[in-house]
Each structure stands twice: as structure tokens, then as C-alpha cells.
Design a protein around this ligand. Structure first.
Ligand code: NAP
Ligand code: ZN
Length: 374
């Protein structure tokens, strides 16, 4: 097998990087659509900074702030209709993975007509609106991936639009917007990033480039664990310093570049059912499963799991499982029937075939069972 590396997004980072680089918006278009969730962008200063930057270079804008967590297909069609009605010619996404993923689909749908049944086909005219992204969680890495993951009620799961057209044109990394992200969302999203880095190393598409980025990301996240645990114990996000927030944002960004090359594996395949049917947050869903999946890898390919665990200063997968248990707290209930149903769904996904250690349906049932054991 041969590997490739591709990540065309321009990345601008550092304190006040949006305001200091306002002229870049003039290269994207003449009128912007700002895509956000309902509240956080207004509260954490990111939307204000974008507006200041746009006003500084005389670019008018509209705001679409209707993106919910785990965005739906109808939300992105509504966003695209709004974009066209207001004649915008580029998109600015601010928020976690939900607004960023919705913004990618809106940028695609505003540039061309796509019937809903063809939305996930991956075959589009070569047209998309230019996009600028501002991540405000440290988890999904969507700011540097070609994926837009939407809630797909027909398929009863989350489905990914994957196309190189969806890489954002430019991404701004400024950790100050993540400073007041609550403890639980911080932990859930960081675990998503950790899962991306680990799964990237467990993918059949892993290369020396993606592994180098993944290991760096893993180390950066593990270095922040003591403060994450302290934040959890105290119930206050202020324990996590801005420096650590920056580490987490950078680690998530690196893990995003990793999955842009490798895709995700069995853990994400299984996690989607937990989010769709049990409304468990995306990162938490992955975190509940990651330790047990790595234990399976440890049995079959100990060298591979050993390299990953070394990056965490662990010698066995059980230690990762225990750390994740500590970070995730009390677990949800899951029934035998649910385990059967979710395993059946996960085994059919392409993420399974993307896993170096390809689990059988039976293995998936065991992983679900052990992951939720109390
Ligand atoms: P999210 O759904 O985007 O946001 C979760 C919550 O955090 C929302 O209530 C949001 O509020 C709030 N929030 C965001 N930034 C904040 C801040 N700085 N301060 C305070 N609150 C803030 O969560 P996410 O975990 O980042 O994204 C999950 C989505 O990403 C899922 O749909 C998942 O499938 C997808 N995903 C995509 C990729 C990819 O490569 N494209 C990879 C992994 C996951 P508001 O709603 O008010 O903004
Ligand atoms: Zn993820």
C-alpha cells in the first residue's frame, strides 16, 4: 500500500491572530456568512473579533447562528438557502465541530444544487465557497479536515461527507476563545482529539508523517491530564491555564491533520451509535470505547499498541482504560439488545475495514460490554 499526505488549509495561529490578519478576508470574497452555534461564539469573543476584522476591511456579513450539536441535514440546507438569499460569497465558521461541519456542508450546498439523496456521494461539481474557520473547542480537528459529519436520520447514524473540496481555505487558532469552555466539554472534546491521534496510528492508512503528528498530539494531551483531573475534582475550568488551553488546541489541530490522512477506525464506528441513539457526546462516546479497543489491539499487535502507549508513558492498555474511566466518571446503562444492534451497525462501516486490527462483530460486542461494565 502507498500513502499520501495532503492538507491544503492555511493555518494562522497566536493571540489576536484574527484581528491582526484581517486583510486575509479580502482574498476570500466580498460578503461573508458567519456560521455559529446558538450562544458560545457570542460569549467567548470570537464572533466579536471576526466582526471587527471584517469591518476593518469593509466586508459586509450576515450571521447564521442556528447550528445545533450534531447538526442535521435540514440545518445545512437551511443554512445554504440563507447564504444564497443573502448573496454571500464566502463562509466563516466559529465554534466546535458542529458549526464547523455544518459550515462545510453549507459552503458546498450554496455553490451547487445537490439532492439530499446525493449529499454523501462524494461526487460533486468542483465548486465550494471559500471558508475561514475558528475552532473554539479542542477536539474535532474539523478546522483541518475534509469531513463534514451530519446526523443522518434516514440511516439512523452520523454520516460523513468526505471531499477534498471541504478543507477550509484558512484556519485561525487562538486559544483564548476556549478559555471558558466548561470542564465536561473540555474533557469530552480532548478525548475526541486523543481518540483521533490513537486511531490514526491504528489505521491502515497511517504513515510516518501521520504517526509523527499523532505521537506529538498524544504527548501534548497527556501532559495536560493532571490539570484536567484537577479541574474535574474542583468543578472549575479556571484550573486549566491559557498555556494548557493552547496545548490542547494545538494537540487537537495536529490530531485533525492525522485523521485527514488516515480516517478513523473501529472506535468512531462504534461511537456513532452511542451518539445517535443514546445522545452521548461524540468525544465521550469514543472515550468510553477507546481503552477496550486498544486492549484488543494489544492482544493481536502488541508492538503497535506499545508504541502508542509509550507516548502516554504507559506500559499496558489497561492503564489508558483506567485514566479514561477516571476522566469520564459514571457510565451510562447499555442493554444486551442495544449492544447487539450497535455492533451490527458498526461492523458494516468502512471505518472497520480501515482498522489495522479489524475486529469481528463478536469483538465489537465484547468491547461494548466491557466498556460499560461498572
Ligand atoms: P459542539 O457540538 O460543536 O459543541 C458542544 C457545546 O460546546 C455546544 O453547546 C457549544 O455551544 C459549546 N461550545 C463550543 N465552544 C465553546 C466555548 N469556547 N466556550 C463555551 N462553550 C462552547 O462539540 P464538538 O465536540 O466540538 O463537535 C462535535 C461534532 O463534531 C460532532 O457532530 C462530531 O461528529 C463532529 N466531528 C467532526 C470531525 C471532522 O473531522 N469534521 C471530527 C470529529 C468530530 P454553542 O452551540 O452555543 O456554540
Ligand atoms: Zn471524532
Amino acid at each position: 500500500m502507498t500513502n499520501k499526505y495532503y492538507m491544503p488549509t492555511k493555518v494562522i495561529m497566536g493571540n489576536d491572530c484574527i484581528i491582526k490578519n484581517s486583510e486575509i478576508f479580502m482574498t476570500l470574497g466580498k460578503k461573508a456568512l458567519i456560521v455559529t452555534g446558538a450562544q458560545s461564539a457570542k460569549r467567548n469573543g470570537s464572533e466579536r473579533d471576526i466582526k471587527i476584522a471584517l469591518e476593518a476591511v469593509g466586508i459586509p456579513y450576515e450571521v447564521f447562528d442556528k447550528v445545533m450539536s450534531n447538526p442535521t441535514i435540514s440545518c445545512v440546507y437551511e443554512g445554504a438557502t440563507f447564504a444564497n438569499k443573502n448573496a454571500v460569497d464566502f463562509i466563516i465558521a466559529i465554534g466546535g465541530g458542529s458549526p464547523m461541519d455544518a459550515a462545510k456542508a453549507i459552503a458546498l450546498l450554496a455553490a451547487q444544487e445537490i439532492e439530499e439523496e446525493n449529499l454523501f456521494s462524494g461526487i460533486y461539481e468542483h465548486k465550494v465557497l471559500p471558508m475561514a474557520f475558528v475552532p473554539t473547542t479542542s477536539g474535532t480537528g474539523s478546522e483541518v479536515t475534509q469531513y463534514s459529519i451530519l446526523t443522518n436520520d434516514k440511516a439512523q447514524t452520523k454520516t460523513s461527507i468526505a471531499s477534498d473540496l471541504l478543507f477550509p481555505t484558512v484556519t485561525f487558532l487562538d486559544a483564548k476563545y476556549t478559555e471558558h469552555l466548561g470542564v465536561l466539554t473540555t474533557i469530552n472534546t480532548v478525548i475526541d482529539a486523543l481518540s483521533h491521534a490513537v486511531e490514526g496510528m491504528l489505521s491502515v492508512k497511517a504513515s510516518f508523517v501521520s504517526n509523527a503528528l499523532a505521537l506529538t498530539s498524544i504527548r501534548m494531551i497527556i501532559n495536560c491530564v493532571p490539570d484536567l483531573l484537577q479541574a474535574l475534582q474542583s468543578g472549575s475550568e479556571t484550573v486549566i491555564s491559557l498555556k494548557q488551553r493552547e496545548q490542547l488546541l494545538h494537540a487537537s489541530f495536529l490530531a485533525g491533520i492525522v485523521i485527514a490522512q488516515t480516517g478513523t477506525t473501529a472506535v468512531h464506528a462504534m461511537g456513532y451509535s452511542l451518539t445517535y441513539f443514546k445522545e452521548i457526546d461524540h468525544g465521550r462516546a469514543n472515550g468510553l470505547l477507546l481503552g477496550e479497543y486498544l486492549k484488543l489491539v494489544e492482544k493481536v499487535q502488541p508492538d503497535l499498541s506499545g508504541t502508542i502507549l509509550e507516548g502516554m508513558n504507559f506500559s499496558e492498555a489497561q492503564q489508558l482504560k483506567e485514566l479514561l474511566d477516571e476522566l469520564l466518571g459514571d457510565k451510562e446503562e447499555i442493554s444486551v439488545e442495544e449492544i447487539k444492534q450497535y455492533s451490527k451497525r458498526a461492523i458494516q462501516t468502512k471505518n472497520i475495514a480501515n482498522s489495522v486490527v479489524e475486529p469481528l462483530e463478536d469483538d465489537l460486542r465484547t468491547i461494548f460490554t466491557q466498556s460499560f461494565a461498572k
